[in-house]
Design a protein around this ligand. Structure first.
Ligand code: SF4
Ligand code: MG
Length: 451
């Protein structure tokens, strides 16, 4: 998912619309904006893309100089309008809106406790638990109630919570998801990725630290911590696939990092070939890096129909299969008679690779060598990236890479090593690794509550 927030701007809803548009790659199932005039809320949510959910008329009705917005792809809770965010609740004398990226790992436990005490839920999302905990806090001040709740929830959360007068920004203690604050003259803007700050011409001010909260209101900004500066564990998949290439996370360009992934892949798994191609759009930077490092030329061997959404984000297997088919076509002129290196960023279920290898062979490729710019995904994610069960993960179905390659119809198949990944996506801190690599076979940074 993607979150976006604005404090103190007369066009708060419009900015949020643009910001969400720039974050569309993070979720395409639903979109929503809540604004505050300082006295009351206005909100609108709907299923579909940002441009489908909002019209000029709707945006004009969203008055106020504060706003939060959300684009969703479901990892916890179904794909339903009632689960679309931001969620809005009655809270004490006013209202409360919540936009959340990430996944809580103790939501089910907390939900059960709340249920047993008579709590009634409107949604099936983990995010609603946060509102219930806030409403039940015995602490008087919003800031105090919030910091109590923030210590209680566990897992991944890049969180925006708005009341009529205050905007709260918080990031889980592991910093699993990115969250950056920008400034636009006298306004504050906050977004999942810097590409959304750039979209509204805001300047990056700083990232939210793991375990930190900030509250902005008319009096100014307060900051505090609900957890000590813990070991940083940003999701490495943000660099591999999820984030937009023009974003910067922890001072690292996503584009440059992706190219490094491709370079490392070429160093580890060279092969004789005539052409390198990438799967658009997410794998193109890695393919370019692979080509640069190997000296094999990069060509545009696959063309994407941009009017089809990200295949993975389609919630059912049937739709995913169909979407892959609609989405890509192979360029015969580039591929015919060639030994092709096909770079993709990841294999999850294996559907995409199998389909694309077939496409490339149909276009006349002589050999197809699949190179994946991330390690084998062997474990599910509990922190907000949609993954199937352990049994459904492609890499868990075969013991040998030869068998895996055969399964997708490739001549050879190779994955980047975990070290190759960390060398590209990590930052130079004492804490090593400072990235979550749990799905690739690393340790989960939090308790998962699912044993
Ligand atoms: Fe990211 Fe994988 Fe960690 Fe999930 S388990 S947060 S996808 S690195
Ligand atoms: Mg892809």
């Amino acid at each position: 998912c993607g979150v976006f927030g604005v404090f103190n701007h007369p066009q708060a809803a419009d900015l949020t619309y643009y910001g969400l548009h720039a974050l569309q790659h993070r979720g395409q199932e639903s979109a929503g904006i809540v604004t505050s005039t300082g006295e009351k809320f206005h909100h609108h949510r709907g299923m579909g893309l940002v441009t489908q959910v909002f019209t000029r008329e709707i945006l004009d009705s969203l008055t106020g100089d504060m706003a939060i917005g959300h684009v969703r792809y479901s990892t916890s809770g179904e794909s339903l309008l009632q689960n679309a965010q931001p969620l809005v609740f009655r809270y004490r004398e006013g209202n409360l809106a919540i936009a959340h990226n990430g996944n809580l790992v103790n939501a089910e436990l907390e939900r059960k406790l709340l249920h047993d005490q008579g709590g009634i839920f409107q949604t099936t999302t983990d995010t609603e638990v946060i509102a219930h905990l806030l409403a039940r806090s015995s602490r008087e001040r919003f800031e105090d109630a919030a910091s109590e709740v923030l210590t209680r929830i566990q897992g991944a959360f890049a969180l925006l919570i708005m009341t009529e007068k205050k905007l709260l920004i918080a990031l889980d203690r592991h910093g699993l998801r990115p969250l950056t604050i920008g400034k636009l003259n006298d306004s504050y803007v906050v977004a999942s990725e810097t590409c959304a700050l750039a979209a509204v011409d805001a300047k990056v001010w700083r990232e939210v630290e793991p375990g930190e909260w900030l509250v902005i209101d008319e009096q100014g900004m307060q900051t505090g911590r609900f957890a000590p500066r813990n070991k940083l564990s940003l999701c490495s998949f943000e660099f591999v696939y999820f984030a937009r290439p023009d974003s910067v996370i922890h001072g690292k360009s996503v584009l440059a990092t992706r190219k490094d992934l491709g370079r490392n892949l070429a160093k580890e798994h060279a092969v004789e070939a005539d052409v390198v191609i990438g799967v658009p759009d997410s794998s193109v930077p890695a393919a370019l890096g692979y080509a640069e490092e190997s000296g094999v030329p990069y060509e545009m061997g696959l063309v994407k129909n941009s009017y089809v959404g990200r295949s993975f984000i389609e919630p059912t297997q049937d739709l995913r299969e169909l979407a892959v088919r609609l989405k890509l076509s192979a360029v015969e002129d580039v591929l015919k008679g060639k030994r092709v290196v096909l770079v993709d960023d990841s294999i999850i279920r294996g559907t995409t690779s199998r389909r694309i290898v077939k496409l490339i062979r149909q276009a006349g490729a002589r050999e197809v060598h699949v190179r994946i710019s991330s390690p084998k995904v062997r474990n599910p994610c509990f922190y907000g990236i949609d993954m199937p069960t352990k049994e459904e993960l492609f890499a868990n179905k075969w013991d040998e890479e030869d068998a895996m390659g055969h399964a997708i119809g490739a001549d050879t198949l190779a994955f980047l090593s975990e070290q190759g990944l960390l060398d590209a996506v990590g930052v130079d801190l004492d804490e090593i690794p400072n990235r979550c690599i749990a799905c690739f076979g690393g340790a989960y940074p939090t308790h998962t509550f699912l044993t």
